[in-house]
Design a binder for this molecule. Structure first.
Ligand code: SF4
Ligand code: SF4
Length: 520
């Protein structure tokens, strides 16, 4: 009997009736128009590689990447119809760039650079490939996988493969594992070769019996690999929870798993890394679980990124009129979709369809009765009722002290709350405030440094003037009270001293510009 890992808190989810074909990957035809949304704060205008009316090939990069974002690739061959700025989607406060591509349905691809033996390449060149082909964390965070790998070199000893999908309606990762586990296995080996780990732990939930035996068979003679079985509870897929359950260690506040020696990748990301390195494929599609409440059906579809959700629903003959509500996400963590022209993106893994019901009575939010139910279920061992009070009363200091930034927004505290308080809404707002405060503190620090540098610079200029009794710029001299002292004396010309002063001023100006860029 294999050991089962567990974590405190969480809720058990009852198994739901599902289609027996839930692990089959279904295919969706390509739409005529693709919409690619890019967060505006991660992409500046000069990072666009395409313009309106330009022809593109499938897999061609549409944007340049930078230190915080990876390039985004065209999901089809066709023509760039439009590039709009400031379009908005789910989060109305989030500004985006929307690239519209009209497909020519010819499927003309860029030349893909395939690699047979990745071990002939250095880790750095493999990381470069992973970056150039746009691979990001597909578990939701969308963090650049290349950046994660660079940070992990010489810092981690264990690779954790997150194969936990605890939301009962989402089966996208499991269908991927059922169909492509051999490729995922190669992906694990590529990552371990890059980051030189000593162990690879594949974490999966206890109810996936068929998959567990399949993995066990595959890793039988592989010393590096180990399978870890986690109790079936929600939420089990968070990296914080997985590391705590497996090792008993907590990721310190403000740190990452890498800082304590663990590199953690979602199973879909591992698959995307394999496809990028071995097949040379950029990330242009992903598997989406679709759960239909009315028919109690969960199906998985391989869809190209940029496919409008409206097109997808029309293809499935789902009447997307007012009778339905479409959500992105699972049973616990979901967002109502307000614009059906929004398209499939890299961070999406499920769509939920619910029949619209008129509420007979309004759900009333009562005040907190201190029952403590929320405390019992919190998997991060936080005190949600306290966090609620601090957030509600804008008590930022105590909210920070109570580790609000560690909240993973899993929403189970909200689900069990008998007073129907929208706890996570308060936590999300408070986290935004905390981030603002952090940015302000950093800016203040940088401005203070700038001020000190300026003071130093002025002082050194004054010293130079005083020492040499010479200066080339009268305007700057006006700032200096030494001018008065010198004005009566005849200035002696000395080219060498002037040159040195100019150099000094240039050096400090460059330093100032660099600091300012940091702020912006
Ligand atoms: S949403 Fe945050 S506070 Fe509530 S249970 Fe989850 S981790 Fe705990
Ligand atoms: S579950 Fe709701 S009512 Fe009970 S302590 Fe938590 S916030 Fe208060």
């Amino acid at each position: 009997m294999k050991k089962k890992y567990n974590f405190s808190g969480g809720v058990k989810c009852l198994p739901i009736n599902q289609d027996t074909n839930k692990y089959i990957i279904n295919y969706v035809p390509y739409p005529t128009k693709f919409f690619i949304y890019v967060k505006y704060n991660t992409l500046k205008k000069n990072m666009l590689r395409v313009k309106i009316n330009q022809k593109v090939l499938c897999g061609e990069p549409l944007t340049f990447g930078d230190s915080s974002s990876v390039p985004i690739h065209s999901p089809t061959s066709g023509l760039i119809e439009n590039v709009e700025f400031y379009s908005k989607h789910v989060d109305l406060n989030q500004e985006n760039i929307k690239i519209t591509i009209i497909s020519d349905h010819l499927e003309q691809w860029i030349r893909l650079k395939k690699i047979n033996n990745y071990k002939l390449y250095s880790p750095k060149s493999l990381i470069k490939i992973i970056y150039q082909l746009g691979i990001v964390g597909l578990g939701g965070a969308q963090f650049s996988s290349a950046k994660k790998l660079i940070l992990s070199i010489n810092k981690v000893h264990t690779l954790i493969i997150n194969a936990v999908e605890s939301d009962p309606y989402i089966t996208a990762d499991y269908s991927l594992m059922h169909n492509y586990f051999n490729e995922i296995f190669i992906g694990c080996e590529i990552i371990s070769w890059i980051s030189k780990v000593e162990k690879i732990l594949i974490v999966i939930q206890e109810d996936k019996i068929e998959l567990i035996s399949k993995i066990q068979l595959l890793i039988e003679n592989k010393k590096l690999f180990k399978i870890c079985i986690l109790k079936k509870k929600y939420p089990g897929g968070s990296s914080k929870i997985i590391i705590k359950s497996l090792t008993g260690k907590e990721i310190p506040n403000g740190k990452h798993a890498i800082d304590i020696g663990y590199l953690i990748f979602n199973i879909s990301t591992v698959y995307a890394i394999k496809r990028a390195v071995i097949n040379g494929e950029p990330l242009i599609h992903r598997i989406i679980s679709l759960y239909d409440y009315q028919n109690n059906l969960s199906k998985n579809f391989l869809i190209r990124i940029g496919t409008p959700i409206n097109f997808f629903l029309n293809y499935l003959k789902i009447d997307n009129n007012l009778n339905y509500k479409i959500y992105l996400g699972g049973m616990f963590m979901k967002d109502l979709l307000t614009n059906l022209n929004y398209s499939i993106s890299k961070d999406m893994n499920s769509i939920l369809i619910k029949k619209y019901k008129k509420k007979n009575k309004k759900l009333i939010n009562y005040s907190c009765i201190n029952c403590g139910y929320c405390v019992q279920v919190c998997p991060i061992n936080l005190l949600p009722q306290k966090l609620y009070l601090y957030s509600k009363n804008n008590n930022h200091k105590d909210a920070k002290k109570s580790y609000i930034m560690d909240c993973i927004e899993c929403r189970i505290c909200e689900k069990v709350c008998p007073s129907n308080i929208n706890l996570v809404k308060y936590f999300k707002n408070e986290k935004k405030q905390q981030n603002k405060i952090k940015i302000e503190i950093n800016q203040k620090k940088i401005f203070f440094d700038l001020f000190q540098l300026r003071e130093k610079r002025i002082l050194s200029q004054k010293e130079n003037i005083y020492k040499n009794k010479n200066y080339f710029n009268h305007l700057s001299l006006i700032e200096s009270n030494i001018l008065e002292k010198l004005s009566t004396k005849k200035l002696i010309s000395n080219k060498e001293i002037e040159k040195n002063i100019r150099k000094e001023i240039l050096r400090s100006s460059i330093k100032r510009v660099k600091l300012k860029n940091k702020i912006l």
